[in-house]
Design a protein around this ligand. Sequence first.
Ligand code: DUC
Ligand code: ZN
Ligand code: ZN
Ligand code: ZN
Length: 495
Amino acid sequence: SSTKLLIKGGTVVNAHHQEVADVYVEDGIIFAVKPNLKVGDDVKVIDATGKFVMPGGIDPHTHLAMEFMGTESVDDFFSGQAAALAGGTTMHIDFVIPVNGSLIAGLEAYEEKAKKSCMDYGFHMAITKFDDIVSRDMEIVVKEKGINSFKFFLAYKGALMVNDELLLEGLKRCKSLGALAMVHAENGDAVFEGQKRMIQLGITGPEGHALSRPPVLEGEATARAIRLAGFVNTPLYVVHVMSIDAMEEIAKARKSGQRVVGEPVVSGLVLDDSGLWDSDFATASKYVMSPPIRASGHGKALQGALSNGVLQLVGTDHCAFNSTQKAFGIDDFRKIPNGVNGIEERMHLVWDTMVESGQISITDFVRVTSTECARIFNIYPRKGAIIAGSDADIIILNPNSSFEINARSHHSRTDTNVYEGRRGKGKIEVTIAGGRVVWENNEVKVVPGSGKYIETPPYNYLFSGIDKADASYLSSLNAPVKRSESTTSSGRHSY
Ligand code: DUC
Ligand code: ZN
Ligand code: ZN
Ligand code: ZN
């Protein structure tokens, strides 16, 4: 028998519109959204009067069970997703990391990791080198495996980093496949240099992490990636925009009409770098992620950019390590595994920081936490909307209740939380994923294996008109000049 649900009397919010209505769900699908729906008594009714009924969050940027810096992030596709559901996120897109440069081997490993999923998920693919085999596999991944986005790391020299030549090859390949190119934008060569300098100065603690890779290196790499994407004429998605420097490059490019998407992450929006100077290593090291959390002022500017549309959607870069893993870098910050939590906290923190403060509307909240992600990765309106026919991924938020964050009560496997002690207004009281009530009365109820892989098709709206723009550019060029061969006195050809 299938679960039938009626969510009654709430304010249903989509990215474009909000209205008081009932939502009827059957077989994991939204069947009707209308005021005063009448249903039979085999239907579970949830009263949402005075509350907001919104599309479940989609986190565009996570690293579950990621093998990284000699260890593996502690939240896997079960614990990380259970945490997500407890915080109102019903889908995430994780980054497949190639195995020995092989995309297919990497994908097989991630398919295995994802078998225990309890919520829907999609994949991006990281590209760590480029050759004929990678080029061929990119096509297989797009056409047969449901992945429409590729990420290039401009940092992590000697590990994941690609140089400009490979980035250009990758951008061209993405364009030809209708796939979106993404970048981790920091100048990896300069970071390497900055790290050596810190160690030489005797700065070996977590503060050295921030000092070794300042905003200027993020701004430079962001500008470079944007210009190279402009040269190829293909859209670009900049992940984890952490600084004013990077944000201003995106603003400038978008103003000129270039198709650049900017993704801030929650840590960059709401934290500052002061924790990295904490005298307690366990406290300071938990804030280590890349790009680093910046000095106060950057976060506020990123909030402004999110509210005025320069940045379009919020991720987390959820990549959780526990304090014993962080302690690998007790004598050298370069060995601290990079990553912070956030998959469980994103929705509450964006609500409190952006909506409660009046910086964005409730419809914009839905757009930046869910709908925009669904549009960009081409799964809208199956995801990111509460309309008849969409997947029943729904949250109920009580604006008059409050949340509190701490490592004791969170659902992540980490023993710390970078948002420890934070409270705010607004509480996600119910999460429905695939038509099942998975979070209610402060309890997660999930089954391993119940999550579905969501294929993301190529050629999203960011690509519309690209070919035409190329054709008109080419036709605007003069025909090649015809020259006759002549020889100079020195014997060289002259043109
Ligand atoms: N940054 C992190 O902090 N963790 C995972 C990968 C990354 O780029
Ligand atoms: Zn509407
Ligand atoms: Zn990154
Ligand atoms: Zn990341």
